[in-house]
Write a protein that binds this ligand. Structure first.
Ligand code: ADP
Ligand code: MG
Length: 598
């Protein structure tokens, strides 16, 4: 194994970047790198928002504009300090991002991209027509940034500020992605099979996390705009229009939209290529059109076709042949355990489901189903395909709203509540269609389950003040993985596991939330015989520890051996309920299954 570690490589790279302007390099390159740093700041926001969260924004240039104009106005018209200009720009951006986010992030699909396009256009024409902001000529004569007696007047000096900001932002985003809120953010991307169902079922507000990503991206853009304004010493509307809004997105996609390194790679490639193309294309084609836009369009199509993750992941795969291997972060098993909830006494009423109903249009998928679970029970829910078992699960866990009926969990009425609140009340679940974050490790996927037992938010994560709690969450995740026999795979990517083990990871994630009631939807599907036996053993052990289970399962043998009681459904209706022996002996059940097979 190499003695050089990754953090050492990162430290050397950082030092080289910050020392660069002290080297005898031509001013031209300093200027180029200043632009690349400024663009990277904006694109980092897009990495978080679009690459990680799956939320597309064309409006980042407008937020940069807010940062630039705020300081432009405060310093030139009002004669205040640029640092006040920064504070004002960030405050205005925060309010605008909260308002725009609150209005659009709850809506699905294309509303956000459309809204950000409108926002970018609106701001462009607004500042272009405001007398007080100098219309399309903008504001001139901004002061240079100073810190005490030190002036960042020259390109070489403001370089330090720009790159310090960019590197700190990269560090903060990297830390955020590897944290309690970060795990939720990474689970949201609908383009990568994510969404809000699973994070909500783990107790997280997905709206809140989207809003936080949107605000962070906007603030990063505003900082970039502030630095840009004081580098140029002037502001005008053109760098903040929709053309740049699109270009930032292009940089992100080209560089690698899901990766922090991609933000820098994309910013650098586009800036350098644009300069070259602006020189060479008019020579080749004559005239002076914006030919580079055409080339970028073609390149974008090629990247999306052949390297949809962007160029950075491609490059880093090649680079990592020379770099030391990334060491899997160890788990501190001596970390104190997370707090555990008060569980009900064995035999106490746990769940009461009373005549719940779900209609999908004309189809009544769940037709007035009632049953009860007492603490310590393992109850099976069986029935032919399409009987309404998964829908019943979704009603009980709050993933779907009820058409009618009542659900009581631990003495509290929970019908009408969302899955987030039901999770908080002590219910956890797995999904028939596995919902893991494939590009996250098995351990991180399970750690996501500790969301409700931990506290650290975005700011703490970015400052790495969450270390102690993260150690606890990771230790808990490993403990749960060991419980289901997957500790060996803790550091593998969840997407690399076979379907059977993925189901087990979902169980570990649900257990990590320390539930009083666990709902398992077809946990044994896709498992091999040995794995099924091991799973049955785990479930028996959970029962012995006093956990209560509601289980949907197709494997009759598995259900019969494991459960205390079974509820049988057919066509959404309650067919019968009894002990495994009674269910097995029932002619009605046999007929239902035979009917389904015929
Ligand atoms: P099971 O899990 O017992 O196989 P489900 O609960 O998944 O059955 O489905 C019960 C019935 O409800 C099926 O006929 C299914 O097609 C229908 N169904 C389930 N989800 C939806 C939905 N979101 N919209 C419309 N119909 C649905
Ligand atoms: Mg089902």
């Amino acid at each position: 194994m190499s003695v050089i570690k990754r953090p050492a490589v990162a430290a050397v790279a950082t030092a080289l970047i910050l020392l660069f302007p002290f080297a005898p390099v031509p001013d031209f390159w300093i200027t180029q790198l200043n632009y690349i740093g400024l663009f990277s700041l904006v694109v980092l926001g897009l990495v978080l928002l679009t690459g990680v969260g799956g939320l597309t924004s064309f409006g980042q240039a407008a937020f940069a504009g807010v940062g630039a104009y705020a300081t432009g106005y405060l310093t030139t018209v009002m004669g205040l300090s640029p640092w006040l200009g920064l504070a004002a720009g960030l405050a205005i951006t925060l309010v605008l991002a909260l308002v725009i986010g609150a209005l659009t992030l709850r809506m699905s699909g294309h509303y956000l991209p459309l809204a950000t396009i409108c926002w970018c256009l609106a701001l462009y024409y607004l500042v272009g027509n405001l007398e007080s902001l100098g219309k399309y000529d903008g504001l001139l004569g901004l002061p240079a940034l100073t810190l005490g007696d030190f002036s960042f007047q020259s390109e070489r000096r403001i370089y330090l500020l720009i790159w310090l900001a960019a590197l700190l932002a990269a560090l903060a985003v990297t830390r955020l992605l590897d944290s309690r809120p970060g795990r939720i953010m990474r689970a949201l991307n609908t383009n990568r099979g994510g969404g809000s169902t699973m994070p909500e079922a783990m107790g997280a507000s997905t709206f809140r996390h989207k809003l936080v990503m949107f605000v962070i991206a906007a603030l990063l853009a505003a900082v970039s705009g502030w630095l840009y304004a004081h580098m140029q010493r002037s502001v005008n509307p053109s760098p903040f229009g929709i053309k740049f809004g699109i270009e930032y997105l292009f940089m992100a996609v080209l560089g690698g939209i899901g990766t922090v390194g991609g933000a820098f790679a994309g910013a650098a490639l586009v800036k350098l290529a644009e300069d070259q193309l602006k020189v060479w294309l008019p020579v080749l084609f004559g005239g002076s059109g914006n030919y580079e836009i055409i080339v970028f369009g073609v390149v974008l199509v090629l990247v999306l076709r052949f390297a949809p993750d962007g160029l950075w992941p491609l490059a880093s795969r090649i680079l990592s042949r020379w770099l030391p291997a990334r060491a899997a972060r160890s788990v501190d098993e001596a970390a104190p355990p997370l707090a555990s909830r008060e569980h009900p006494q064995p035999g106490a009423p746990l769940l009461a489901v009373r005549t719940i109903r779900k209609a999908f249009g004309g189809l009544i998928a769940v037709n007035d189903i009632s049953f009860e679970i007492r603490a310590g029970d393992i109850v099976g829910l069986i029935g032919p395909n399409g009987a309404g078992k998964s829908t019943t699960f979704n009603l009980v866990s709050g993933v779907l709203p009820l058409t009618s009926g009542e659900v009581e969990l631990l003495g509290q009425r929970v019908d009408g509540r969302g899955s987030r609140e039901i999770a908080r009340a002590g219910l956890s679940r797995t999904f028939q269609h596995v919902k893991l974050v494939p590009e996250m490790t098995v351990l991180d996927n399970v750690a996501l389950g500790t969301y409700l037992r931990t506290r650290s938010g975005t700011v703490r994560a970015m400052l790495r003040l969450d270390k102690a709690e993260e150690a606890q969450a990771r230790a808990e995740a490993l403990r749960q993985l060991r419980r289901i026999g997957l500790a060996e795979q803790a550091h593998e990517l969840a997407g690399n596991l076979a379907l059977g083990p993925q189901r087990l990871v979902e169980i570990a994630r649900a257990l990590a939330s320390d539930p009083s009631l666990l709902l398992l939807d077809e946990p044994a599907a896709g498992l091999r015989h040995k794995e099924k036996q091991a799973l049955a053993e785990v479930l028996r052990q959970l029962k012995a520890e006093g956990l209560s289970l509601l289980l949907v399962e197709h494997d009759m043998d598995f259900v019969m051996k494991l459960t205390d009681r079974i509820v049988v459904m057919e066509f959404g209706r309650h067919l019968m309920e009894g002990t495994p022996a009674e269910v097995q002996a029932s002619p009605a059940v046999r007929a239902a299954y035979l009917g389904a097979e015929a």
